[in-house]
Design a protein. Structure first.
Length: 69
């Protein structure tokens, strides 16, 4: 399974309202909350903390979205 497919499997475990961290390809990470998921978990809407807005991510965008524990 390639990295994008593995990310999609992890995204399927998330639900709206989950606190997450979005790890961007440039080495930065931003916390936020899952707002909505596509039916097949290929896309996620995340409301980023700090007033950074609501962003749509596709599982092939090269970002990791992990639950905050």
């Amino acid at each position: 399974m390639d990295g994008a497919a593995a990310a999609r499997v992890r995204w399927q475990e998330l639900t709206a309202g989950d606190a997450v961290v979005v790890e961007l390809g440039n080495g930065h990470s931003v916390p936020g909350v899952v707002d909505a998921l596509g039916e097949d978990a290929s896309v996620l809407w995340v409301e980023l903390d700090g007033g950074k807005g609501r962003h749509l991510f596709h599982w092939e965008d090269g970002v990791a979205i992990r639950p905050l524990s």
